[in-house]
Design a protein around this ligand. Sequence first.
Ligand code: XMP
Length: 513
Amino acid sequence: RLLIIDFGSQVTQLIARRLRELSVYCEIHPYQNVTDAFLAEFAPKAVILSGGPDSVTREGSPRAPQSVFEMGVPVLGICYGQQTMMEQLGGKVVSGHGTAEFGRAFVTPNAHKLDLLNGWFGNDKEQVWMSHGDHVSQIAPGFEVYGTSPNAPYAITADASRHFYAVQFHPEVHHTPNGAKLYENFVKIAGFSGDWTMAGYKDQAIAAIREQVGDKQVICGLSGGVDSSVTAVLLHEAIGEQLTCVFVDHGLLRLNEADEVVKMFRDNYKIKLIHADEAELFLGELDGVSDPETKRKIIGKLFIDVFQKYANGIEGAEFLAQGTLYPDVIESVSFSGGPSVTIKSHHNVGGLPEKMGLKLVEPLRELFKDEVRALGLELGLPASFIGRHPFPGPGLAIRCPGEITREKLAILQQADAVYIDQIRKHGLYDEIWQAFAAILPMKTVGVMGDGRTYDYAVAIRAVTSVDGMTADTYPFTHEFMGETMTRIINEVKGVNRVFYDLTSKPPGTIELE
Ligand code: XMP
């Protein structure tokens, strides 16, 4: 196994992700915990020193145990890790002096070959992502320079005989397009065969949950979405009866969804599940409300109240499990300069654990969405369930612009079910990132048979996207759209018109509210 010593960089988890992609087993441990005794017991086959926010030039700043360099294993230092490595092995690091580099840079090779750089410099230079104030001013004895950027003369250095490699940039981020190749070369050098799998991750996660929770009771909020479902099933495998799930049913779910969730988790998985059927409460509070933000706030607040009410009834609970993913943890601001305006207030139970005096269990914290799906499959969740499109916390409320009524909700549920059935029948479901129907706040005139109709209009939406941040409209054929229109109007009473939403994001958002 490979050890990543974490010096606090915001992208350390991305290193683990790159290694998982290579089927290499690794663990991240904060530098404070990595003592000589720890190292002896862990017996890593290779070590990676992560980046970090501190300055090596500051007295008392973090270091790796010197024994890391005496174990005879390959070591890769990244950014801060590279600087402490140089320092600890006899080189020098200096601060600032106009040589800070943030963002894209280009590294050019020197004449010598290095095994770490196989597959690099095909075009004589590689784009890399830099983020450093300090830089190495003198390399350690035994090291040679293999790559240089305008502001980092020692962008890539190595002591090839000892398999010590040091890079100033971050090969783990996607702004270093060829970075994965460096990790591939590094693990090859270290002798990893790349046979580690998601089954291994599952076992590791189960062991970690058991260790954290002991014999205590755990509450898990289950929404029926992929993340909370995988969390619940994983916890159930780890601690069985110590888990109770609370499923808050706000009456704004898709057709038959509540029944399906209860059936699957209670009957198939035998998970203790409380079905908090509070549709009356939610729809009552939403009665007459048409402002989107007000709707979201009402639902968000009630959701927390209801969850708390049911959770309080669970004797002896000490932990709250959440399906937090790594992208929720990482502060994307550091790499993308994130948004500062609230476009929509998202569902957020962030403050809940402290308020309820519960400790958090977040077994998906290290994973990305696609990895959560792979873990779900490993846990035996059906592929059709794992591959479901995202569904927003406020549910159908934000697909029903204007006032929400039971009548409109029922029409919407049916129209949506027909639409999704159409998409599945045509084999398009997996090509689309998210598809749904919305019911518009208007009635229009139509003619059916010999009679005049005056009914609701439904909008159908389908988008492709990578992460929901931007989206393109899915290009259905006219034939498909015609067939879908006919089916919705024929099969759903109360609808006499169908619109197709052509809007990309931006300028639109994916949901209508
Ligand atoms: P928008 O509409 O902001 O949606 O373009 C982007 C993605 O986020 C989902 N979404 C939400 N998910 N709580 C959620 O859990 C919310 O309040 C919420 N609002 C939007 C939306 O379905 C899409 O996938």
